[in-house]
Design a protein around this ligand. Sequence first.
Ligand code: ASP
Ligand code: MG
Length: 403
Amino acid sequence: MLIVKKFGGTSVANKERIFNVARRCIEDYQKGNDVVVVLSAMGKSTDELIAKAKDINPNPPKRELDMLVSVGEQISVSLMSMAMASLGVPSISLNAFQVAMHTTSDYTNARLKTIDTERIRNELDSRRIVIITGFQGIDKMDNVTTLGRGGSDTTAVALAAVLKADMCEIYTDVDGVFTADPRICANARKLDEITYDEMLELASLGAGVLHNRSVEMAKKYGVQLVVRSSLNTNEGTIVKEDAKMEKMLISGVACDKKTACIAVIGLQDQPGVAFKLFNHLANHNINVDVILQSVGRDGTKDISFTVDEDNVEEAVAVMERHRQTSLICDKIDVDRNIAKVSVVGAGMTSNAGVAAKMFEALYDAGINIKMISTSEIKITALIDRKYVDEAMRAVHDKFIVNR
Ligand code: ASP
Ligand code: MG
C-alpha cells in the first residue's frame, strides 16, 4: 500500500511530538507500506515568521514573504528525517524544488499545477520514507510560492492524487470532524463519516479542520481522506463521496463570525443594476455570499449582501468609486456586527421541514434572523453577532442532541 500521512503544526510542535510522529510513520513502513509524509511548520512558527516580516515591513512584498514563511516547513521535514535516522529507519526530506511542486505565481495563495512523481517514486523504491514540505511550491520562474494558510492539507491531497495513494490520512490535534466546534457546543459529537460536499460547506464556514481547497481537490480526484488525531489512535472521520446509505439529516452546525453585511439603499429599479454592482466587486476579486434584493418600490430598490469582514473596506471603496456613474444609490450602509449560523447535511435534500426546525430553534432562543440563504445541503441564518454561540447551541441541541 502507498500511504500519504499529513501532520499539522501541533503534531510536530516539539521534540517529543516529532518522535511520536516518526514512530507512527515507521510502524506503517515496517508493515511493508510505501510511506509519504507531508508536514506543516512546527507549532506557531508560521505566525512567528509572519510577525518577523511585519516587524521589518508592515506590508512586505509577497514574493519575499513566501521566501520567508516556506522555511517553516523545511525545518520540520529535515528534523523529522533526522529523528527517523536516529531510530534507524532510512528516510529523506524533500522540498518543493526537489519534487517540482509547480504552482501559479500567486504569492501567498498559489495554486498547484503539476507535481513530478519520479523522484518520489525512486526514493520509495529504494525503501525510504519520503518526507515532503507542505504549503511550499515553485512557480515557472523557480520562485518560491506558498499555497495559503493551512495549505499543507492541499499538498497532501495533491500528492495522494498524483501518486494514486491507497490512503490519505490528515493528522491533527482533534479526533476528527465534529458536529459543531466543541469549544462552543460541549456536547458536540465526532462524525464517523462525512461527504465531500458537506465537508466543503463546513470548511468554508470556518469549521477549521481542513483547508477548503484540499477538500475540493479530494472530491475532484476521488481521494478518500481520513481526519484523525496524532495524539491518540482513535478512528477519526472518513471524508468521501457518499456517506452511509441512510444519510444523516444534519451532519453539522457551523458558524462564521467574520461576516459583514453591506446594504445598498435606493438603487434604480431597472435591468442591469445587480449585474453592475456585483461585476464591480468581482473585478476586484471580492467574494459575495448571501444576497437579498428588496421588491422595487417607487422606481427604486435595495440590495443587501454579505462579504468577509476583511473585504468590507475595499468593497465599499469600489462601490463609492462608481456611485456617480453606474451605481447611483441613496446610501451604502455597513453592519459589522453579524454572524452566520448554518446547518449542513446531505440528507436535507430529501427531507422537508429542516428550515422550519432551524428557525424554531432560533425563535425558542429569542434570536432574530436578519437574512436567510439556502443551498441543496445547507441553510444559513444571519444573526446579531453577540448571540452566535447561543444560536449555535440552540440549533445543535435541536438537530443533533435531541434528535
Ligand atoms: N504552515 C502553514 C500555516 O501555518 C501551512 C499549514 O500549516 O498547513 O498556515
Ligand atoms: Mg491545518
